[in-house]
Design a protein around this ligand. Structure first.
Ligand code: PLP
Length: 400
């Protein structure tokens, strides 16, 4: 029997033996059940989940309505044919529901398997529609790990081993009006995170976002906003771009889009999306993109988000975290709704605190481009009592 508190030793052994490992130090928890804002390991230990599967579980783990929608769809059909041939009602219903929540020009949804595939599809769409090759992205941005998405990732350390990547990509300073002149008539698209998450939660100025929109219009370049991490109420409004008074030409969604199931999407105007239908046809092909079970789950999750008004409490919960997370070792707390970066002086300090938190039943981690910052992005259903308990554990862990 197991004497290993992190899980069943056999499963743990097989995890390291047969599963490809990319993390140098995987957390290695064996979760056997998840519910709302909590995870439970094999020993029945509860963890308050402060990361929500990395901004995925906005409506909580296994919301009953999401689980019901999955069950109902499983009883009807699973995969029937590659994307875009059959009329699959879960896809149609979900695309229509998304269009109802978006500005009129974002009315046509291409469902993918993941966020990275949404990024790939959007870049292809922009190059084809504009008949241009230039792509502009921003330093310290993350858009996925496939080769196209990696090409626009804003950090050479993570890209370098995989060169050559896409040509004609330029990385500009985020939130710098002065660098926008580099968007020219050669630029097919500019792709930006509405709020830079992996930089450790960096919100740009409204003036910059408006100037970016204006410059794209002047140069005839498409503006792609990546809300894979900040969509679906994480910032206290349904879509991040609503705070900036602009609308992108293409919107990227993923993570919370599937309600806990794998789903991504790029969304544009029908007239633009038409580009993928002709010259050549099948401009983007996916077998499983828009899987009916994932779309059914995603639609149920969106309905929960809207009907239970989950975005309404986000700002108050954000303030509660801010009030509680005060300690001399915490150098800054950057927030945008329930996307929160707690900054420590070094990765080593952060890692020590994170490990102590996990041992004490609070799950958190760090950011890709800000390893000295602790990530807090809990399910939006987290309660005030859970926030208070989690923050007490964080403060206690700093001292441990
Ligand atoms: N874009 C952003 C802003 C992300 O945070 C992520 C994933 O973390 C992606 C794109 C890629 O999504 P996926 O991991 O589903 O490919």
């Amino acid at each position: 029997m197991s004497s290993d508190p992190t899980g069943n030793p056999d499963t743990r052994l097989l995890f390291f033996k047969h599963l490809a490992q990319t993390s140098a130090a995987p957390m290695g928890l064996e979760i056997v059940r998840a519910e709302a804002s909590c995870l439970y390991d094999r020993q029945g230990k509860e963890y308050i989940d402060l990361i929500g599967g990395i901004s995925v579980c906005n409506t909580g783990h296994r919301h009953p309505r999401v689980v019901d929608a999955i069950r109902q769809q499983v009883d009807q059909y699973l995969h029937v044919l590659v994307y875009g041939e059959f009329i699959q009602s879960p896809q149609v219903k979900y695309a229509s529901a998304l269009a109802r929540q978006l500005p009129p020009s974002l009315n046509c949804v291409y469902f993918t398997n993941s966020g990275a595939e949404a990024t790939e599809g959007a870049m292809k769409l922009a190059k084809k529609a504009k008949n241009r090759t230039g792509i502009i992205a921003f330093k310290q941005s993350y858009h996925g790990s496939t080769q196209g998405a990696l090409s626009i990732m804003g950090d050479e350390y993570w890209r370098n081993a995989f060169r050559p990547l896409l040509p004609d990509v330029l990385h500009l300073e985020y939130n710098s009006v002065a660098s926008l002149h580099q968007i020219t008539e050669r630029t097919a698209c500019v792709i930006a995170e509405t709020i830079q998450a992996e930089r450790g939660v960096y919100t740009p100025d409204k003036e910059w976002m408006m100037a970016l929109r204006k410059r794209c219009d002047e140069m005839g370049a498409l503006l792609i906003l990546d809300e894979i991490q900040v969509g679906f109420g994480r910032t206290g409004i349904l879509w991040g771009f609503q705070a900036f008074g602009i609308v992108p030409d293409i919107l990227l969604l993923g993570k919370a889009l599937g309600g806990g199931m794998p789903l991504g999407a790029f969304i544009a105007d029908r007239s633009l999306m038409w580009e993928l239908t002709e010259g050549p046809a099948l401009g983007h092909i996916t077998t499983f993109g828009g899987h009916p079970v994932c779309c059914a789950a995603g639609l149920a999750s969106l309905e929960v988000l809207l009907e239970e008004g989950l975005t309404d409490g986000v700002r108050e919960k954000e303030q509660l975290f801010r009030r509680l997370l005060v300690h001399p070792a915490i150098l800054a707390v950057r927030t945008n709704g329930l996307l929160i970066a707690v900054e420590f002086e070094s990765y080593e300090t952060n890692k020590r605190v994170i490990d102590a938190c996990i041992a004490a039943g609070v799950l958190t981690d760090w950011f890709l481009f800000a390893p000295h910052c602790m990530r807090i992005a809990p399910p939006l259903v987290i309660t005030d009592e859970q926030i208070e308990r989690a923050c007490a554990v964080i403060l206690n862990s700093i001292g441990s």
